[in-house]
Design a protein around this ligand. Structure first.
Ligand code: GLA
Length: 381
């Protein structure tokens, strides 16, 4: 007994050293923000199947909520009218359950990564409203129903708005009409009445789109939809959006009685290929050397800028901890990020808190430090 007591501090010290040499700081993200909000990451298949063992260790240590990068999108899960493929999605959900994580579903209705057949008949002509509504109902009741009680919340509709705040003229809107949103939320609620229902989009920090989203949420609420939260995707640049803009956005949505989530956070440090702030997945620009300056790693000066930028944003999140339910990064390590291939293919992106080897960057500690800031000192800003 005596020996054990004496050895205890030594063992703890050794464990601490081990964690440091592994590159893990002793405090983890999920522990640091336990009192504030959940901390999440979007996972790819090599991670949730356990193949990438380094990533799995990092994910278990740092995150308490997960999102699927691709496997719950329509294309992979429902590739043909009469064929669902749940293989990968089941593994994603099992990973979250095994590790006691809050599991997010992403996404039921989107204009992208949705097969053409959804909107067409056998001759390739657009289907009518009733046919598309029936397909939407079948898809949502099958997918949400399968994971009832396991997936805690769904991005029911993703990116329904244009940058000017009007409704995007997607095939959903063209064929069904504006009430496709109402129907999607109704179908999701019917399939799992306990699941949280979200609206998710990018550049909601910009006034025109934010106004459109506020109006959209109000309209759905007036129609009886219980929207739990609005997701700010958080595909941010180094100079956009400013912390005050993010602060005001969080306030604008929480006034509607919904929670705010940061759902796809990454900070793009690379030279812009376009002046656009939109995270429009269809953009594609040619690779040029001047657009890809950090192929040998991020210089220290830029590491520090990234750390400062992350700290400024997390200071806002901590201030509004009671209005924010989670902060999810769109990937785990820099090598995982979609920004390596968007909007220019084949660049070395550095958007996260962990580098390509899974080691914490200066931004990691900068973020951890913000968890010690006083919560909501002088709200509102
Ligand atoms: C959008 C989608 C995500 C993902 C990213 C890019 O933000 O919501 O599912 O496709 O684009 O990876």
């Amino acid at each position: 007994m005596k020996i054990q007591t004496r050895l205890f501090p030594v063992a703890i010290g050794f464990l601490g050293m081990l964690m440091m040499t592994n590159g893990f700081a002793q405090t983890t993200l999920k522990d640091a923000f336990k009192k504030d909000f959940l901390i999440g990451a979007a996972l790819n298949e090599s991670q949730f199947t356990g193949q990438n063992t380094n990533a799995v260790a990092l994910i278990k240590a740092q995150f308490d909520t997960i999102s699927p990068e691709n496997v719950l999108k329509w294309e992979p899960i429902h590739p043909k009218p009469d064929r669902y493929d749940f293989t990968a999605a089941d593994q994603y959900v099992e990973f979250g359950q095994k590790n006691g994580m809050f599991i997010v579903g992403h996404t039921l209705v989107w204009h992208s990564q949705t097969p053409k057949w959804v909107f067409q008949d056998d001759q390739g002509n657009p289907v009518d409203r009733d046919t598309l509504l029936a397909r939407l109902h079948d898809h949502i009741s099958t997918v949400v129903g399968r994971y009832k009680g396991k997936i805690g919340g769904w991005d029911v509709v993703n990116e329904a708005l244009n940058e000017d705040g009007t409704l995007r003229d997607s095939p959903w809107k063209k064929i069904i009409g504006e009430d496709y949103l109402l129907k999607a939320y109704q179908f999701a609620h019917e399939a799992d009445p306990q699941a949280e229902l979200y609206y998710n989009d990018y550049s909601l920090e910009n006034a025109p789109k934010q106004n459109g989203a506020v109006a959209l949420v109000k309209k759905l609420q007036a129609q009886g939809v219980l929207i739990t939260a609005v997701g700010l995707q958080g595909h941010y640049k180094m100079d956009w959006p400013g912390p005050q803009q993010v602060d005001a956005t969080i306030q604008a949505f929480s006034k509607l009685g919904v929670k705010v989530m940061i759902t796809e956070l990454d900070l793009d440090v690379l030279p812009p290929a376009t002046g656009s702030q939109a995270a429009e997945v269809s953009m594609n620009f040619a690779l040029q050397a001047k657009l890809n300056p950090y192929t040998n790693g991020l210089p220290d000066a830029v590491q520090q800028q990234l750390a400062k930028r992350y700290a400024d944003l997390f200071a806002v999140f901590v201030k509004h901890h009671d209005r924010i339910s989670r902060v999810t990064f769109w990937g785990v390590t820099d090598g995982d990020s979609w920004l390596n291939n968007w909007p220019v293919k084949g660049r070395a992106a550095h958007p996260f808190l962990f580098n390509r080897d899974g080691k914490p960057k200066p931004a990691f500690n900068a973020v951890i430090q913000t968890s010690k800031l006083p919560q909501d000192p002088q709200k509102p800003m």
